[in-house]
Design a protein around this ligand. Structure first.
Ligand code: NDP
Ligand code: 2IT
Length: 446
């Protein structure tokens, strides 16, 4: 039954979504995990739940014209995939990166649906973005681009409809420009985006939340092995929002982060990464990670982002982008004695890498569980906006920690219930799917 079920679903998904290979990859992993759930719950099959859950509810593709600083008209392609609204308004980030296409956005929206379900907050799944490259653009160019992007997006979103946020290439600056344009077009000041500035509707801890949440999740993984963060050597890929605040929390809890990267290469500082320098380079100057050596000449820089997984470590947190860690890299990590890997990025490990970790006895925290702290805190931002109130840093951080603990427990219990003891990939997929499926059952064939 299991093979027929997976093949049947994948045949439709692959023929309907042509070359969208990342989307195929994300769907296959979930469908393989939930085969035993479908066997146990024939009512889900009768209601076509899986056939419906792999098909986005709505996909919007639009032209984004803008003028660069030389007076030249540039045209980009924008996307919003509103994937599933069974549990709440569509919710998920916007990615601005030249590699963005509809397949990437679909994979991210699909993953987001189950991740958001795991948070236990009332949010559905969506994702959007654009093939715009913010690198090297002036602030004015970024502003004009964001205004053009929102000039179309505004008609599709709303505080009870669809609430975007940041992702790769979209941080505080972009959210500000996007929000300003929405407000001007609609004459409303409402929570249509999360990750807003603290003085105008943002939530404390949202900036830190994905990285902090990731580290809270790994604390539970380490605890299950009778360990904690003290003395652990940690390698984190990327040096953006997720990587920076994961580093900060690891350092607070007594671990040593020895390597970070960007798309050009990686740095190794065996004395421990000096985060102030990284933040100055990345958050203030928007520079390159190799500039770290200008202040810390004893550190090393290596060209190429792939090599970071050859740095021996106890814990690895891939936090840059999809498919950045393959089977060979996973083999190297295992051979070097790595005991825990958790995904800060969305789908950073290839299916081969995941298999190497699971077979190699490494504790493995999959993205839709491990990096859910960002979107969970976005949901807390939405709650605060609705109440027109702001919670303290301690209050939000406490809720974030509680949510990450609950996600970990749900994953462990779902894996146990379906005979895949200790497999958090299966656990996350099953627990997330069950929540979405039950909500869809209750709401009929829509
Ligand atoms: P940022 O834009 O802040 O940082 C991205 C980092 O990853 C940069 O260091 C960037 O390097 C690197 N990177 C991006 N693309 C590539 C690539 N193709 N090859 C090598 N390196 C790359 O993004 P975030 O930190 O917000 O996002 C990182 C990951 O975390 C993404 O997968 C995102 O989907 C995921 N995520 C983010 C959440 C959030 O709240 N922000 C929540 C949950 C998941 P460079 O500057 O050279 O491009
Ligand atoms: O991948 C993700 O979960 C995010 N980029 C955060 C989404 C959000 O709505 O906060």
């Amino acid at each position: 039954m299991a093979d027929n079920f997976v093949d049947g679903i994948m045949e439709t998904v692959e023929s309907r979504n042509g070359g969208d290979v990342e989307f195929h990859q994300a769907v296959r992993e979930v469908v393989e995990s939930i085969a035993p759930v479908i066997e146990k719950h024939p009512e889900f099959a009768a209601a076509g739940i899986v056939e419906r859950v792999v098909e986005p509810e709505r996909q919007i593709i639009f032209r984004v014209p803008w003028m660069d600083d030389n007076g030249q008209v540039q045209v980009n392609r924008g996307f919003r995939v509103e994937f599933n609204s069974a549990i709440g308004p569509y919710k998920g980030g916007l990615r601005f990166h030249p590699s963005v296409n509809v397949g990437i956005i679909k994979f991210l929206g699909f993953e987001q649906t189950f991740k958001n379900a795991l948070t236990g907050t009332p949010i559905g799944g969506g994702k959007g973005g654009c093939d715009f490259n913010p690198k090297g653009k002036s602030d004015n160019e970024v502003m004009r681009f964001c205004q053009s992007f929102m000039s179309e997006l505004f008609r599709h979103i709303g505080p009870d409809t669809d609430v975007p946020a940041g992702d790769i290439g979209v941080g505080a600056r972009e959210i500000g420009y996007l929000f300003g344009q929405y407000k001007k077009l609609t004459n409303t000041f409402v929570g249509i985006l999360t990750g807003k500035g603290l003085g105008w509707g943002g939530s404390l801890v949202r900036t830190e939340a994905t990285g902090y949440g990731l580290v809270y999740f790994v604390s539970r993984m380490l605890e299950a092995r009778g360990k904690d963060w003290k003395g652990q050597k940690v390698v984190i890929s990327g040096s953006g929002n997720v990587a920076i605040y994961a580093t900060q929390k690891v350092q607070q809890l007594g671990g040593t982060v020895i390597a970070l990267s960007d798309s050009n290469g990686y740095i190794v500082d065996n004395d421990g990464i000096k985060l102030d320098t990284v933040r100055q380079i990345k958050e203030v100057r928007r520079g390159r990670i190799k500039e770290y050596l200008e202040e810390h000449p004893s550190a090393e820089f290596h060209e190429g982002w792939e090599g970071i997984w050859s740095v021996p470590c106890d814990v690895a947190l891939p936090s840059a982008t999809q498919n950045e860690l393959d089977g060979n890299a996973a083999g190297t990590l295992v051979a070097n004695g790595c005991i825990a890997v958790a995904e800060g990025a969305n789908m950073p490990s290839t299916p081969e890498a995941v298999k190497v970790f699971l077979d190699g006895g490494v504790s493995f925290g999959p993205a839709k569980a491990a990096n859910a702290g960002g979107v969970a805190t976005s949901a807390l931002e939405m709650s605060q906006n609705s109440m027109r109130m702001s919670w303290s840093f301690e209050e939000v951080d406490k809720r974030l920690k509680g949510i990450m603990d609950s996600i970990y427990t749900q994953c462990v219990e779902a894996a146990d219930a379906y005979g895949c003891n200790g497999n958090l990939v299966a656990g996350a997929n099953i627990a997330g799917f069950l929540k979405v499926a039950r909500a869809m059952m209750a709401q009929g064939v829509v």
